[in-house]
Design a binder for this molecule. Structure first.
Ligand SMILES: C[S@@+](CC[C@H](N)C(=O)[O-])C[C@H]1O[C@@H](n2cnc3c(N)ncnc32)[C@H](O)[C@@H]1O
Length: 228
């Protein structure tokens, strides 16, 4: 895990960073996929990906063959993961979201976007379509349908209840290859909100010790990274 900072430095030499000054591609991506500036500590006007830098940098450096992304409102993180694979000219993202809407219990602020035609086509429209596959289903159904898939990078941002995130961890940690990363969003969020009682922090407390995890930020949403 000591290597992560060194690895992240490499992003400054990447094509993607270069593109900021050339054509504002980062800001375009953030606008199209409606980056949540609070949740990911990012800033669209300044082409600042926030936590997206971590995902992008790790994927550019690690060059994973298979990436799994769980949960997104309008596609910001799946788009960053996919852009990184595209810039690597290697790797594919499986993106799983049940497409829950604000009215759905257990939707965790989902907006039903993945059940719409616009949502289904958004990655194609941005030139990322051949590097990502969208599965509008629950994580449980996905894992049952594809029990033999393996991944090198897994991002979890779906069911934020304690039981829900524990389930996702149990479903997907066996699919993570040795040396691969599993990354959790919202590890700092606590309390009962209109969408439910947040519990990622409780699982994170255990994983941080067991896997010597890295915690990005101690305030706000928080991002937690462990390496298998
Ligand atoms: C909206 S995201 C959280 C917001 C996210 N941090 C962002 O920046 O976009 C949570 C998503 O997880 C999805 N979700 C919740 N439980 C799920 C499950 N069991 N399986 C698959 N997707 C799930 C919801 O449909 C929702 O779109």
């Amino acid at each position: 895990m000591f290597g992560i900072k060194t690895k992240l430095k490499k992003i400054f030499r990447s094509k993607f960073i270069h593109n900021i000054s050339n054509n504002g591609k980062i800001s375009d991506l953030m606008s199209v996929f409606q980056a949540d500036e609070y949740g990911h500590e990012c800033n669209t006007k300044k082409a600042d990906l926030g936590y997206g830098w971590i995902h992008y940098g790790l994927i550019r450096q690690q060059k994973p063959k298979n990436v799994l992304c769980i949960g997104s409102r309008y596609g910001f993180v799946p788009a960053v993961l996919t852009q990184a694979c595209k810039d690597n000219e290697f790797g594919h993202v499986d993106f799983v979201d049940a497409g829950f809407d604000l009215d759905d219990k257990g939707g965790w602020t989902g907006v039903g976007y993945w059940k719409t035609e616009k949502g289904r086509n958004c990655f194609n429209s941005f030139g990322l379509g051949s590097y990502i596959t969208l599965f509008v289903t629950t994580t449980l159904k996905f894992s049952k349908r594809f029990p033999n898939r393996t991944y090198d990078y897994i991002y979890i941002d779906g069911d934020h209840s304690f039981d829900g995130v524990v389930l996702d961890f149990k479903l997907f940690i066996p699919m993570l290859n040795k040396g691969g990363y599993i990354v959790f969003h919202d590890i700092c969020v606590k309390g009962n909100k209109s969408e439910g009682e947040y519990g990622v922090w409780k699982l994170w407390n255990k994983l941080e010790k067991e896997f010597k995890g890295i915690k990005i930020n101690y305030v706000g949403s928080g991002l937690g990274i462990v390496q298998k």
